[in-house]
Design a protein around this ligand. Structure first.
Ligand SMILES: Cc1cc2nc3c(=O)[nH]c(=O)nc-3n(C[C@H](O)[C@H](O)[C@H](O)COP(=O)(O)OP(=O)(O)OC[C@H]3O[C@@H](n4cnc5c(N)ncnc54)[C@H](O)[C@@H]3O)c2cc1C
Length: 364
């Protein structure tokens, strides 16, 4: 049983079902907060996990799994994910930023040793060969051939479709209101019905803290707001994913790099959107000519240190909690390694590094 049908819960459910186990996903209704429907859709590793090598390795392992995961998911669901794993760029707005970015990625490579991911620093004059519309004041970019992007809404729909085609069950509009021990397993109350399962995975985004508490786990989660702008469709001019500006397969350009700590507030604000637009226009001045057709804010699912949390309840084994702030990037490893571990009843290896014990140590 998976409680929460965002990208995290669905990826785990899809992976568990592929192993031949029966699985039901209980999800909230249309009014639920869903990072999975409001994200920027990068499949990204460069710079992630600097200072926390376990997270960098976990992310890189997911990037390695992405091509096979995407191909199989597209095959089973019949939905094209528009996954581009051909590399991605992180722009540097001035020379100082370019130097600092290069130095940070060098240090990251040293930290990871044999597991370091490939990257190169590309100065502006070279970058213009790939992006002829690059703004005149830009200093350059870092590039990693392992990064990319996807159509995140297609990914979401593909996971639901594939899960159902494989015989799994996805039940939207059925938020769990109670989870309790029931013999050797658990009873979950949702929509007036009681569902029973040997194992329950709580992957309910920002609701995970409350639900995990019902089965003896303390999983600190806070929402973090991010705002995104989408322009009208344009002829293709961004051939690669850029970490703050990306052109979707349909032609619209997504702009977004904001991070705000304002609790559960997901309203859009013109101040932040204005800064986002100004930065995108500095990067690619042609964007100034495109009309904005939509903007939104969505809530990231953040742990205190920003890393994923994968935890099995010590007092009620068989209950797991899973959250992360990069559920698109990690979808491949959630459907693979994490699903295998949950199905096997134990979190081991790299996944075990993301338990909640690390917060207890800090508090102590
Ligand atoms: C602005 C923004 C940009 C982002 N950009 C990227 C990016 O470029 N790349 C990347 O990898 N990640 C990105 N992310 C993060 C990514 O979107 C999230 O990590 C991921 O969507 C989290 O998925 P989730 O399933 O944990 O949570 P959510 O998508 O929030 O889903 C939680 C689900 O739990 C359900 N639920 C809640 N309560 C209950 C209950 N009681 N019973 C049953 N179900 C319940 C809800 O209905 C919901 O469907 C971004 C996020 C934001 C907000």
């Amino acid at each position: 049983m998976v409680v929460g049908g965002g990208l995290v819960g669905l990826a785990i459910a899809y992976g568990v079902r592929r192993l031949g186990l029966s699985v039901t996903v209980l999800d909230g209704g249309d009014d639920a907060h869903r990072a999975s429907r409001g994200n920027f859709a990068l499949v990204w590793g460069q710079g992630k996990g600097f200072g926390t090598p376990d997270y960098a390795r976990w992310t890189q392992a997911s990037l390695s799994a992405w091509p096979g995961f995407a191909a199989e998911l597209a095959d089973i669901s019949g939905i094209d994910l528009h996954y581009r794993g051909q590399g991605g760029f992180h722009l540097c707005f001035d020379e100082g930023g370019f130097e600092r970015r290069g130095a940070m990625l060098d240090r990251h490579a040293a930290e990871l040793g044999a597991d370091a991911y490939p990257f190169e620093m590309v100065p502006a004059f070279e970058l213009r060969r790939t992006f002829p519309h690059l703004g005149p004041t830009m200093a350059g970019a870092s590039y990693s051939p392992r990064d990319g992007d996807v159509n995140s809404l297609h990914l979401y729909r593909a996971l639901i479709t594939a899960l159902r085609r494989l015989g799994g069950s996805y039940r939207p509009g059925a938020p769990a209101t109670g989870i309790a021990r029931d013999g050797a397993g658990f009873a979950v109350v949702a929509g007036g019905q009681t569902f029973r399962a040997r194992t329950v995975v709580i992957a309910a985004g920002i609701e995970t803290e409350r639900l995990a508490g019902l089965v003896g786990m303390s999983v600190p989660v806070r929402p973090q707001t991010g705002q995104i702008i989408v322009t009208e469709k344009a002829v293709p001019f961004l051939p690669y994913a850029v970490s703050t500006v990306r052109q979707t397969n349909e032609g619209g350009v997504m702009l977004g790099d904001s991070v705000e700590e304002r609790g559960h507030d997901d309203t859009v604000t013109t101040g932040v959107l204005g800064i986002t637009a100004a930065r995108a226009i500095a990067a690619f001045p042609v964007i100034a000519r495109l009309a904005v057709v939509r903007s939104w804010a969505a809530l990231r699912v953040m742990s205190p240190d920003g890393l994923p949390v994968y935890q099995q309840s010590a007092s009620q084994p068989g209950a797991f909690a899973c959250i992360c702030h990069s559920g698109v990037t990690l979808a491949a490893i959630h459907a693979g390694e994490l699903a295998r571990q949950v199905a096997g009843g134990a979190l081991t290896g790299q996944a075990a590094a993301f338990g909640t014990g690390r917060f207890d140590v800090r508090a102590a």
